[in-house]
Design a binder for this molecule. Structure first.
Ligand code: 2P0
Length: 339
């Protein structure tokens, strides 16, 4: 019988977006992406796994509900972890033959559509890797669960390298800077709507690859320079450069969503109002103090420095007086423990 291994993994928020796959099965992206991993105090997934001879078939429980294991991505992750463990001889053959029980919970409202699959698959793969004592990079296995999950494997600022190999062996994540590098950086999350998005990211990006001319331009002409420049801005702690690139990339990503046929409309009037407020605020201050970024949904993630938090929160509360749905987050790394 195995110990129960428990892992916590945080959500990550992309500043250079991943949108479009070159291989749907292996989940290989068309372009590099860059994100910041949030700390685990409010928004994270927590997964416990064990392997035992008396578990009759593989089981998964999601937020307390017994769910189907007939999910190809989930099965791919488990198969890959076991194959590596077999190869590395990190556990016995008997241990490998036992079924697993996986229990995963999110400590944030999943309905808010905030990168729950990224935290979920990063956590699952980190827990299984610990259970089977595997030593190699796990970001490419997390990627097989959900592309953006490979970035939640590391803390701080993280780059997912698209890679060029057809087997995905070089499509991995690496740390640009750890969570202590830019201690003043904060993320303010404004929950605009907590309804489920009507077009999933996977479906939306497939449709963009098939129909958007602008996506081809982005991959070839915009992203390579933006990735290079934002990595430099992070290393130099240059907030205004970081913020400007972040906003431009969010805008281009949503322009591609609208260039998709039929269009994927993720932002709402309230999202656009937030964009307007941020630009006005930066203009009044004569400096770029806040950056917005929107994923495949209407909710805003604002990047800003700690010194500006109270000013910006006052502004948001003034503009949206009935609102209470915001979280302020710092950056952090995943945590692991064994019980
Ligand atoms: C990102 N998104 O870079 C971008 C920005 C959404 C908008 O990664 O099909 O859930 O599982 O690989 O990882 C969402 O995509 O999609 C995403 P799959 P995933 O964060």
């Amino acid at each position: 019988m195995s110990d129960i291994v428990t892992v916590i993994a945080p959500v990550n928020i992309a500043v250079i977006k991943y949108w479009g796959k070159r291989d749907e099965k292996l989940i290989l992206p068309l372009n590099d992406s860059v994100s910041a991993t949030l700390d685990t105090s409010v928004m994270c997934a927590k997964t416990s796994v064990c392997a035992r001879p008396d578990i009759l078939e593989n089981e998964i429980w999601l937020n307390g509900v017994h769910s189907s294991f007939c999910n190809q991505r989930l099965q791919n992750c488990l198969t890959e972890i076991k194959a590596i463990a077999r190869n590395q001889k990190s556990v016995t053959d008997e241990f490998l033959s036992w079924n697993v029980r996986i229990c995963s919970v999110n400590n944030f409202p999943t309905a808010a559509g905030l990168a729950s699959s990224a935290a979920g698959y990063a956590c699952l793969v980190a827990a299984l890797a610990k259970l089977y004592k595997i030593q190699s990079d796990i970001s490419k296995i997390a990627r097989m669960g959900s592309g953006s999950a490979c970035r939640s494997v590391y803390g701080g600022f993280v780059r997912w390298h698209a890679g060029v190999n057809p087997d995905g062996s070089d499509s991995i994540a690496s740390q640009v800077a750890d969570s202590s590098h830019w201690k003043e950086m904060r993320v303010l999350i404004l929950v605009v709507a907590d309804t489920k998005k009507h077009i999933s990211s996977s479906k939306g990006m497939t449709c963009s690859v098939e129909t958007s001319e602008l996506l081809k331009y982005r991959v070839e002409h915009s992203v390579p320079k933006r990735v290079k420049d934002i990595c430099e801005a992070i290393k130099d702690r240059n907030f205004s450069n970081f913020a400007e690139i972040t906003m431009k990339d969010s805008n281009q990503f949503h322009a591609i969503c609208l260039d998709t046929y039929p269009p994927c409309v993720y932002m709402t009037d309230v999202s656009h109002k937030i964009v307007e407020i941020v630009h006005k605020y930066n203009e009044i201050n004569g400096d770029v103090k806040v950056a917005y970024t929107f994923d495949a949904g209407p909710n805003a993630c604002l990047y800003l420095l700690e010194k500006d938090i109270s000013d910006v929160l006052s502004l948001i509360r003034h503009m949206f007086p009935t609102s209470s749905n915001e979280f302020v987050k710092g950056l952090d790394a995943p945590e692991t423990n064994k019980t």
